[in-house]
Design a protein around this ligand. Structure first.
Ligand code: AMP
Length: 430
């Protein structure tokens, strides 16, 4: 089904056409007509599914009509868990609204200076994109008038709840008119998210595009057991040199480990940088800008910082540490294989992480193929799981240490074991 049949007006259709998208994604096909009909929506869809346009396009359509209430306050509010995601939504609003009569988009994010935000909130706002805590600060200071509010979007609602925003969200929503349209997007609609969704929506249409089990079919997933952090560094080094990596994200579980791994990779000659919550917003934006421009090849990030990163050239995701929560695994690997491409996710686990591996496999309903790099075998593997794949090739056709067929040969490609014995440049890990 082409975009034209979804009932978007010419100004918005033209902006979509300029982005190069010809066909709506499944979540867009399902959500756009219902949202245009001003229905409330509960949508379970993944990051990477095109969910931002699924709510932004119909919302812009609504905003192209004259407001029924006078005032300066926002007509649309989007709540997001992180600053990065908020900036991505802001960009989408600007991109898709560029041919409309002026749409004033303001983002209010934690970690940014108050005076600038105070000034922005004094003027008229059409779309307000905010993280819940900071928004609530401004509301309490009387800087936001929701009298004009027509559309409320909760983006990645499950994540906002994980991050402890439930009370903030409830306080924000209580201040909005009950006549609003509410669109809730979440990886899952079960449990607490489901309960919140029922409270906030009226007779919603439920759209479930893909579940944990069906998504990420375009991403090859493998797992290596590693004895310690040094062993993990050797494996990562091996992969980064051996495969046709365009860009990669390496996930660590702590900010400190992110810095350490980024430093270690930099000193091994990779263009690597860390991204985590201890960095101020300016530093984070600069780093992400450099990743987007291709100046940084390997981003080493913690979960929260990496949320909302949408860089289509990321070919590989490495889990240097496994995530503590199985759902985060799905979010992490979803940073590759964006916009219809394929991707590779390589996880490194200690033997003690075996239970976590099982949890992830249960959530995704897919076993993760255990691999061994010749010369970099672990001394121990989980006892009840002898390694049946030792010396096997990964299932997606490439061989560790060798460039994929047709890939340009890179310096250092195809030197697995020799390098593996070398000294890893990774001192401070524990
Ligand atoms: P999202 O799920 O909103 O984070 O979007 C994931 C990626 O898909 C973004 O890079 C979008 O620009 C891209 N995208 C959104 N809609 C489409 C579409 N209809 N066709 C192709 N790519 C799209």
């Amino acid at each position: 089904m082409p975009f034209a049949s979804l009932g978007l007006s010419p100004a918005i259709a033209k902006a979509v056409a300029e982005t190069g998208y010809t066909d709506p994604t499944p979540v867009q096909s399902a959500a756009i007509p219902a949202a245009l009909a001003r229905q409330d929506l509960l949508v379970s869809s993944q990051t990477g599914s095109g969910k931002t346009a699924a709510f932004m396009l119909p919302a812009l359509e609504t905003l192209s009509t004259a407001p029924t209430v006078r005032g300066y306050g926002p007509r649309m509010l989007v709540l997001t868990p992180t600053r990065e995601l908020a900036l991505q939504v802001t960009k989408a609003a600007e991109t898709y609204g560029k041919f409309m009569r002026r749409v004033r988009v303001v983002s209010i994010l934690g970690g940014m200076p108050y005076p600038v935000q105070n000034r922005l909130l004094k003027g008229p706002v059409d779309i307000l994109i905010a993280t819940p805590g900071r928004l609530l600060d401004h509301m309490r200071a009387g800087r936001i008038d929701f009298a004009r509010l027509e559309i409320l979007v909760l983006d990645e609602a499950d994540r906002m709840l994980d991050m402890g925003f439930i009370e903030d969200i409830e306080a924000v929503v209580a201040a909005t008119p009950s006549s609003r349209q509410t669109l809730l997007f979440s990886a899952t609609l079960d449990g607490t998210v489901g309960a919140l969704a029922r409270k906030l929506t009226r007779d919603p249409k439920r759209i479930e595009i893909s579940t944990a089990q069906t998504r990420h079919e375009n991403i090859s997933q493998v797992l290596h057991y590693a004895d310690d952090q040094r062993h993990k560094m050797r494996l990562i080094d091996h992969y980064l040199r051996g495969i046709d990596v365009d860009q990669a994200i390496v996930f660590t579980s702590t900010k400190r480990a992110a810095d350490e791994v980024a430093d270690a990779l930099s000193s091994q000659g990779f263009s690597a940088a860390a991204l985590h919550g201890d960095m101020n917003q300016g530093q984070r934006n600069r780093t992400l800008g450099n990743v987007r421009r291709g100046n940084i090849k390997i981003l080493v990030a913690t979960d929260v910082a990496a949320r909302g990163i949408d860089v289509q050239t990321i070919t590989h995701v490495f889990n240097f540490d496994l995530p503590r929560v199985a759902e985060d695994y799905v979010h992490r690997i979803g940073r590759t294989g964006r916009a219809g491409r394929s991707g590779i996710a390589i996880s490194l686990a200690g033997v003690r992480d075996h239970a976590q591996v099982k949890q992830i496999e249960r959530l995704t309903a897919q076993p993760i193929n255990v691999q061994v790099v010749p010369g970099l075998e672990p001394k121990v593997t989980p006892s009840r799981r002898p390694n049946p794949h030792a010396n096997a090739r990964p299932g997606n056709g490439w061989r560790p240490g060798a460039a994929r067929p047709g890939a340009p040969k890179r310096p250092g490609a195809g030197r697995p074991a020799a390098r593996a014995g070398g000294k890893p440049n990774f001192a401070g890990a524990r």
